[in-house]
Design a protein around this ligand. Structure first.
Ligand code: ADP
Length: 405
């Protein structure tokens, strides 16, 4: 059993000299309030200092033995106290005779837009934990200058699986998490999402030049070794597809040069110790791209099963409770309790929710997160905040979602 628990405290302002005061107040808060595992605390009704200084507290998942409320006296706490950046994504446009083209989007890390993103992704196994460990090891090996000919470490992670299963979100969340967890090594981070679609959506003769421009601006950032740079190539199959079309003579040979330029540039930038390359693909068959062949990690993300569905639905229902759309006196049982108790002994809310989760098998995470919206829009009386009635509406919304597919 792990004896360390990770507590992240997101500060409102940079006041590092107050870190010990914050730690003391957080510990006092933990003693007087029951804290459940994997939770995010955003309000501090009885604590003026925390209310003044802290945006939120994030408690990492903890061992099963602490399923309901955490007894902090059992654990050594590993603190991450930090501020987030509030800047919005910046679009990198380049100009060609075809007009202005959005070729990449930059986001400074850690970013307020991604604060809860990691905690709000639920999978049926240890994918998140393992990815974080892999990424940590890659960055450490690279930082220490390990010889890649002796110990293979390509710094490329590929997530693949059906659409809507959280691949892009997980890449962003992982980058944010790394920027937080590696803050002693990197004083900030940058997430760069390459818009591969825009590079190949049409024929333009200057695209080779655009690719070079894009990567030279990426390189300007990477040269500063104190910045962690995560580059995402979303739907990487569009590169492979463009190349296949060139080879079969369907597309002009110009775009093969673009694809090759992108691949060469990626190969070059990943040699920098502070760079991590992330790629996603909706294809399950192999992709003919050398840098993907050499990915250190190829992780499949499948459709969520009942336990992950339950967690996704509970997070949605709790959000509706937080904003008073649903009665917030109803408490949802944690998954670990649900799995242990005999069905007959569950209360009717939990039983109904479990039944809806089973019915929802086959839907992607994206479709599941839409179910509460459809339920409210189509199957609810707007003035009714009853959780039970909402579950009945969700049941109908799931049927509709499945029927529409
Ligand atoms: P993909 O890149 O696989 O197409 P996205 O990352 O774009 O999927 O996910 C779409 C939406 O669905 C996001 O809002 C995400 O939060 C939600 N989602 C997908 N999978 C999950 C999951 N396993 N847990 C929670 N939310 C999920």
């Amino acid at each position: 059993m792990s004896d360390t628990i990770i507590v992240e405290v997101v500060l409102k302002n940079k006041k590092s000299q107050l870190e010990s005061t914050v730690q003391e107040c957080v510990l006092k808060y933990f003693k007087s309030n029951p804290i459940s595992p994997g939770c995010i605390i955003k309000t501090f009704p009885n604590d003026i200092i925390l209310r003044d200084l802290v945006e939120c507290i994030i408690i990492d998942d903890v061992p099963e033995s602490q399923e309901n409320f955490i007894d902090f006296s059992f654990f050594k706490i590993h603190w991450y106290i930090y501020t987030v950046n509030y800047s919005k994504p910046m679009v990198q446009n380049e100009y060609s005779s075809d007009g202005e083209i959005n070729i990449a989007t930059h986001l400074v890390l850690p970013n307020a837009d991604l604060t809860n993103s990691w905690e709000n992704l639920y999978f049926d196994n240890d994918i998140k934990d393992n990815l974080l460990k892999y990424a940590h090891t890659m960055m450490k090996f690279s930082d220490n200058g390990i010889d890649g000919n002796v110990v293979t470490c390509n710094k490329v992670i590929l997530l693949h699986g059906p659409p809507g299963t959280g691949k892009t979100s997980l890449c962003k969340a992982l980058s944010h998490k790394l920027a937080v967890r590696m803050q002693e090594r990197y004083h900030s981070g940058l997430f760069i999402e390459v818009n591969s679609h825009s590079l190949f959506s049409r024929y333009f003769s200057e695209s080779g030049k655009l690719v070079t421009q894009m990567f030279s601006s990426i390189r300007d950032v990477i040269e500063n070794g104190n910045i962690l740079v995560c580059v995402l190539i979303d739907e990487v199959e569009s590169l492979a597809h463009a190349r296949e079309q060139c080879l079969s003579g369907v597309e002009p040979s110009d775009s093969i040069r673009v694809v090759n330029a992108v691949l060469t540039q990626i190969d070059q930038i990943k040699r920098y110790p502070n760079v991590l390359i992330l790629a996603t693909s909706n294809l399950t068959k192999s992709i003919d791209l050398a840098f993907i062949d050499r990915a250190d990690i190829k992780q499949y993300l499948g459709l969520p099963k009942v336990p992950a569905i339950y967690k996704i639905y509970v997070s949605c229902l709790q959000e509706l409770q937080r904003v008073n759309i649903l009665d917030n006196n109803v408490k949802f049982e944690p998954l670990s309790t649900i799995l242990k108790i005999n069905l007959d002994n569950l209360n009717e809310i939990s039983r109904k929710l479990l039944e809806i989760c089973e019915k929802s098998s086959g839907l992607s995470g994206r479709a599941l997160r839409k179910v509460p919206f459809i339920s409210h829009a189509l199957f609810c009386n707007a003035d009714n905040n009853s959780v039970w009635d909402f579950l009945i509406a969700m049941d109908k919304a799931v049927e509709k979602e499945k029927g529409d597919r």
